[in-house]
Ligand binder design. Structure first.
Ligand code: KG4
Ligand code: ZN
Length: 343
């Protein structure tokens, strides 16, 4: 059994966690910065990086104290090394390097997306490789075949916005709080998902890619028309997103023989998304796994767990491991026609 300290600071959440290789989360804490970014309606990189510098050291102290441990007790330190907002990424990575150097512990430089990708295995010991992963977060919307630790085949991606980004933009249009996903979900609960006619971009197309830019524009037009109640727009938007995710994932399942479908990333915290994909897996004869909500949105337990998996596989990093703004899980995957350059 090994004990891993996990550190995360790649976007607007500072987080630390202590996790064991036998799946115990001894301590974990996430401190968001919503108040700092709210006036801007999105994350301001410079503000985020400075806040991580102030917050993260205290969180490391807190998780060690909560677990009754010291740095001497850990076997390795796992820090997110990308992708993300580079100023923020450098905070956890440098903190991890400092601890590794001072305490003589191995460093694990973790791809944040691998943290999301492996997170279901932290809570589900029965989930083996391979599985089809729908990775839905603020910066990503991808379908990947997870073949093993560090071994990914990208089947599809978004050609414009990420799905979490679409939730955040729709929320902004409706005058809701940042981050938009949870706000849309709450408002949608009181609305009619069939009230507003909205497009389902790329549904029915031959490759399982995603597109959400047109949906966002349609939400903008619906809101500007003053014909619809905000809760009906929210519910109809959420339903359109769910329909897109289900249609695209069904197509990808036809291209991937993996026995299980897994959903991870911040948008996987959405109950409508979870329920629809669980139904899809059932109808396609696949097992289904989704982490609990706290493990879907950004956290350091998933980073520590990815570290435990990589340490177990002997994949230790050197102290010169780079911080990366862009870091695809499948380095071989080419650009999709129409795709932007989002990290
Ligand atoms: O994985 P995550 O915490 O950070 C990234 O790595 O991007 O994902 C954050 C995204 C945000 O866009 C947020 O609006 C969305 O996940 N999100 C949700 C929900 N909770 C978070 N979207 C829909 N419904 C939710 N309940
Ligand atoms: Zn994330």
């Amino acid at each position: 059994m090994t004990l891993i300290l996990g550190l995360e600071s790649s976007c607007d959440d500072s987080a630390a966690a202590l996790v064991t290789s036998d799946r115990q989360v001894l301590a974990h804490i996430v401190v968001g910065q919503n108040d700092a970014h709210r006036p801007y309606g999105g994350v301001v990189p410079e503000i985020a990086a400075r806040a991580h510098v102030e917050i993260l050291p205290g969180l490391i102290r807190t998780v060690l104290d909560d677990a009754g441990m010291t740095i001497a007790d850990i076997d390795a330190v796992a820090a997110t090394a990308g992708p993300g907002l580079i100023g923020g990424v450098m905070v956890a990575l440098l903190a991890g390097k400092g601890i590794a150097l001072a305490a003589g512990k191995p460093l694990l430089a973790i791809n944040h997306l691998e943290g999301h990708a492996l997170s279901p295995r932290l809570v589900d010991p029965a989930l083996g490789f391979p599985y089809l992963l729908l990775l839905v977060s603020g910066g990503h919307c991808q379908l990947l075949e997870v073949r093993g630790i560090g071994d990914y085949r990208r089947i599809a991606t978004t050609i414009d916005d990420a799905v979490g980004e679409a939730f955040d933009k729709a929320a902004k249009i409706l005058g809701l709080d940042y981050p938009g996903g949870p706000a849309i979900e709450r408002l949608a609960a009181t609305g009619d998902p069939g009230a507003v006619p909205l497009p389902r971009p790329l549904v029915g197309s031959g490759e399982p890619h995603f597109s959400f830019a047109g949906l966002k524009s349609a939400v903008q037009r619906a809101a500007a028309s003053d014909k619809y109640r905000p809760q009906d727009i929210a519910a109809s938007f959420q339903q359109a997103v769910v329909d897109c995710l289900v249609d695209r994932t069904r197509l990808a399942l036809g291209q991937c023989a993996a026995p299980a479908l897994v959903v991870a990333g911040g948008v996987a915290a959405n109950l409508a998304v979870r329920a629809a994909l669980a139904d899809l897996a059932k109808s396609e004869g696949r097992a289904f796994a989704v982490p609990p909500g706290w493990l879907c949105t950004d956290n350091a337990a998933m980073i520590a767990w990815a570290g435990a998996e990589r340490l177990g596989a002997g994949l230790v990093d050197q102290l010169d491991a780079p911080a990366r703004a862009r870091w695809p899980l499948d380095g071989e995957a080419g650009k999709v026609r129409g795709a932007g350059v989002k990290a």
